[in-house]
Design a protein around this ligand. Sequence first.
Ligand code: GLC
Length: 568
Amino acid sequence: MFNRSSLVPPLFLRLLPILLCSLFTVAQTKPVDAAGHQWWQHAVFYEIYPRSFADSNNDGVGDLNGISSKMSYLHELGVDAIWITPCYPSPQVDFGYDVSDYLNIDPMYGNLADFDHMVGDGKKRHIRIIMDFVPNHTSDQHPWFLDSKSSRTAAHRDWYIWRDGKAPGQPPNNWISIFGGSAWTLDQPTNQFYYHFFYAQQPDLNWRNPAVETAMLDTTRWWYKRGVSGFRLDAVDTLFEDPGLQDNPVLPGTNKQGDRNMKFQYNTNFPEVHQELQKLRKVADESDAVLIGETWTSNVAELDRYYGQNGDELQMPMDFMFTTVNKLSPADFRRQIAAVDSAHGWPVFVIGNHDLVRSYNRYGDGKNNDAIAKLMGAFYLTLRGTPIMYYGEEIGMENNDPTRKEDVKDPIGRTGWPAEKGRDGERTPMQWDAAPNAGFSKRDPWLPVPPSYKTHNVETESKDPNSILNLYKNVLALRHTNEALLEGSYAALNEDDPNVMSYLRSYRGKAVLVALNMSATPQKATFNLSQQGFARATLKPLIASPEASAKGSEVTLEPFGLLIAEVK
Ligand code: GLC
């Protein structure tokens, strides 16, 4: 009989050189620290909506030179990488998420030379650039689509998803676009429908066509060569759909666009997505780059799959489970953190982005919003995982929603008015100072700033030691230097406390305790840390709200007060 075990030593010996060689390559391209962490695990990411960050040429819309001019601000704040939402050429139907050329910069933002300068300016201040990559769809003005729709036999016809109608004038199935209406649009001249999960101006690419895959992988390679350190992958769960086009199950009720609710069973989350992510990751690994995913997972099993069975897909899937806790609820937060911690990858924490009402409004109670904004900053920036901030969060920017339909810029706000006001409110210009237009531009900006810019702006808050901005700066400075925060494990404390959210971050005998009063009444909390190896712990405050204090292992917190303390 064939003895398998007898093969083991020779096979192992034969594989050894390959093994050593690949370990060496990994070590070369992926430097890790003593705790085994890579650069993106220590980095603080910051999302920039380029239309709204800084307007260097005063045309009312932000640009890349504007971003470059703010690199030292970002560095002093404690940011290590910026993710810039799409700044490629685009008709701007979805404000850049409708790309008409993946290998260029939209003139409204500058040009490739400005991009190169921005990369250089970032490098000088140790800030990496992460681009947004939109793999699911292009603009309907992209040359690929223009060719695709030109005839049924065009070279790019099969780069998109074309189907005959069920009957004359009737779409192939019941799928709806999440931006409203049918997900199918009829192209009269060729008498076929094309598929779009988002707007009709955003036709879905056909990822089952190998030419599409090659073009997209090459696109990422091109940008890595240009100096980007990774991508945030847009809407990855929508890359594939059922080739049989089965109808989606219809659910009760209608959505904000007035369409019937449905389960996106046959047009999202196909297993093929993971094969593509593995390929994108392979290319990313050639450049020690990071892949962040807009993954919209609703449970840990789904989240786990995005890390890849062998850790070979996304390093940083954004699960958004954390953003579903829209109240100051320690119990809910504990549950979410435990869930993300139990996944087989590195946690990512996000409390706001360009599609979500600002965290200042979502968590704020209308009276103590500044204290709550500080509390939330002290919270997610001290967890075990990589945070992705959203521009303006550090100064307590609030939503500025349109009050009249005619002012709405985001198309979903126009089609869904008044149930859906769109996403303009969370995309308003960065508030730099108390000058008109918050110092963003000398001209009226594309979206109006809220009246609170007079008090909530970078210049004013820089001067106030108690501002949200200075709290963020202090926490980020601590996070970059304190080993327990940088490398440490996470352990929930006092898990039955309904008001004070607390946890311990510890690493090699050093520990930091974080206590956050999520209630509107004063609270005390006592900690017994013997289980964690700190039997007679005393707490030495490192960062605290004005009335917070520690005596031995007891903490006193004012309403929404916070304390970050070293455990002695
Ligand atoms: C993502 C983006 C969103 C955009 C959509 C379509 O969800 O975050 O802003 O509208 O994709 O590209």
